[in-house]
Design a protein around this ligand. Structure first.
Ligand SMILES: CC(C)(COP(=O)(O)OP(=O)(O)OC[C@H]1O[C@@H](n2cnc3c(N)ncnc32)[C@H](O)[C@@H]1OP(=O)(O)O)[C@@H](O)C(=O)NCCC(=O)NCCS
Length: 264
């Protein structure tokens, strides 16, 4: 379960309180929040009260608290029809709390919380030109993946946006599996027909014979609602067993169930 209160490097993420409304309204009248976010303009105390009462369209929102109210960060489901655990993050920091790493550290805290409960991808986007937000995302381990031209309606105008995201991946070691060494590889290095599956995998390994180093197939760890599936493509059973043991030792729920349909 996603926690409501999360202590992080420079403060605490907590629920929004009714008495945050004045600070929130003051912050949301800041010109750069108007410039770069979709919050209503002008922003009245009543807007803040309503947002605090309803969370707007967010699924989960935290107040960023650094010796008092300092901003907000929230997530919402973006691909409701897909069974995968994907969400989108958005944030802003009040003018009086900027320039001290607050947004970056809050984003890292939310990222880690979502990873902890099994999210596989966090979508991120910003209006083109929002360099501060791009820095925040990059510094929090997100990858800028490209532009969407005229990708957003912002205050009645079509504008370009920068898109990116964070994906769960694992630091995986080389594993010993009988006569095989199972070596991690990048998803981008697998054959093209496997890439869609590999690119959504937690990790991908290639087994090589311990002596001689011949490639033989791939072993992929793929997360779904059913748990973590170990998928062998032309790989020996010892390699699959070694990967399963490793994932289990990491505390992941390895399942023998087939992948739910439509997952990748
Ligand atoms: C973007 C925002 C959340 C950053 O909050 P913050 O707490 O000041 O962020 P941090 O201190 O963690 O990091 C800001 C980074 O941007 C950099 N930065 C700040 N202003 C910048 C600018 N005009 N151009 C380029 N980089 C800039 C800082 O140097 C820092 O990067 P660094 O740590 O690599 O030096 C805040 O400015 C804000 O709320 N802006 C308006 C709303 C908004 O844009 N929300 C995001 C919508 S996608």
């Amino acid at each position: 379960m996603i926690r409501d209160t999360i202590d992080f490097a420079v403060g605490r993420l907590r629920r929004l309180h009714a008495d945050d409304a004045e600070d929130m309204a003051r912050a949301c009248n800041d010109p750069s929040i108007a410039r770069w976010t979709q919050v209503p303009q002008p922003y009245h105390l009543e807007n803040a009260r309503e947002f605090i009462a309803t969370r707007g369209s967010e699924d989960h929102v935290w107040a960023i608290d650094v010796d008092g109210f300092a901003g907000a960060i929230g997530i919402r489901a973006t691909m409701a029809t897909m069974p995968g655990p994907i969400t989108e993050v958005g944030y802003w920091v009040a003018p009086w709390a900027r320039g001290r790493g607050v947004a970056t550290q809050a984003l890292i805290a939310v990222r880690d919380e979502l990873a902890r409960v099994g999210y596989q991808r966090i979508d991120w986007e910003a209006l083109a030109g929002n360099e501060a937000s791009i820095r925040v995302a990059r510094n929090a381990g997100f990858t800028i993946e490209g532009f969407r031209r005229q990708g957003l309606v912002h205050r009645g105008r079509l504008v370009d946006c920068v898109v990116g995201g964070w994906t769960a991946s694992m630091e995986v070691p080389e594993l010993v599996a009988g006569q095989w060494q199972v070596q991690p590889v990048d998803a981008g290095d697998v054959p093209a027909d496997l890439r869609p599956l590999a690119s959504s995998a937690l990790a991908v390994w290639v087994p090589r014979t311990a002596v001689g180093g011949t490639d033989t197939g791939y072993v992929l760890a793929v997360r779904s609602v059913a748990g973590v599936h170990v998928i062998a493509v032309g790989a020996p059973q010892e390699a699959v067993d070694a990967v399963s043991r490793f994932l289990t030792a990491q505390g992941l729920a390895v399942t023998e169930d087939p992948m739910p349909s439509g997952w990748v």
